[in-house]
Design a protein around this ligand. Structure first.
Ligand SMILES: Nc1nc2c(ncn2[C@@H]2O[C@H](COP(=O)(O)OP(=O)(O)O)[C@@H](O)[C@H]2O)c(=O)[nH]1
Ligand SMILES: [Mg+2]
Length: 197
């Protein structure tokens, strides 16, 4: 998809604010700072539309970006940020659970992980949670530019083994720096939103 139009529609604190257009949604989940916002920006070729975090963990809202008037990227607040209170964390958990379990327009979740490291406990929990609710998952292993190509296979295996990756899900090596994986990611997203060009 060639994106010429993209805008933030709303930073929603709850379901009452979610868009009611019925357009398909692709949600991004992953820990703070893993590269969710950078992924969105790279995919739509807009440097600063999705805010890249200066204050990790601060965005406790679901940010809806409308793309080409066809679908939404939903940037979900990241997990794994230590400096949030128990109450905040519980609120965040409830918001995610409600969104992922009840949102009928959600077509797939992109689980963003860091190619450099073995998945964290929270990465694994998120993946299992999505699987449990039968949400199709696209695992995007980002920051591939930080690993030499000769070691990619080893790191892919580390990520897949750590997640107990289901071969029916999609897996994309990605870099917001180099654009690695962008084409493949678009092909997969287009399939899930039913876009035929
Ligand atoms: N080298 C490299 N840095 C990245 C990549 N993706 C994100 N980053 C950097 O990682 C930091 C966090 O990215 P951000 O998109 O804000 O993460 P978010 O919290 O998941 O939305 C920023 O400094 C980005 O520039 C990537 O593919 N390669
Ligand atoms: Mg972000």
């Amino acid at each position: 998809m060639k994106v010429t139009k993209a805008d933030i529609v709303i930073s929603a604190v709850g379901p009452a604010q979610y868009p009611d257009t019925g357009l398909p949604e692709i949600a991004l989940a992953g820990r703070s700072n893993v590269g969710k916002s950078s992924f969105i920006n790279k995919m739509i070729h807009r440097k600063g539309l999705a805010r890249t975090s200066s204050k990790p963990g601060k965005t406790q809202t679901l940010n809806f970006y409308i793309i080409q008037e066809l679908f939404y990227f939903v940037d979900v607040p990241g997990y794994g940020y230590a400096k949030v209170s128990k109450t905040e964390r519980a609120k965040w958990g409830k918001m995610l659970e409600t969104y992922f379990t009840e949102r009928e327009t959600l077509k797939a979740a992109i689980s963003v992980v860091d190619l450099r490291h073995a998945p964290s406990r929270e990465d694994v929990q998120m993946y299992e949670f999505l699987k449990y609710y039968n949400i199709p998952v696209i695992v995007v292993a980002t920051k591939a530019d930080k690993i030499p190509r000769s070691k990619w296979n080893k790191h892919v295996k580390q990520v897949k083994d750590g997640l107990d990756f289901d071969p029916n899900d999609e897996f994309v090596m990605f870099s917001s720096e180099t654009g690695e994986g962008e084409k493949q990611a678009w092909q997969i997203i287009e399939k899930y939103i039913g876009y035929e060009g």
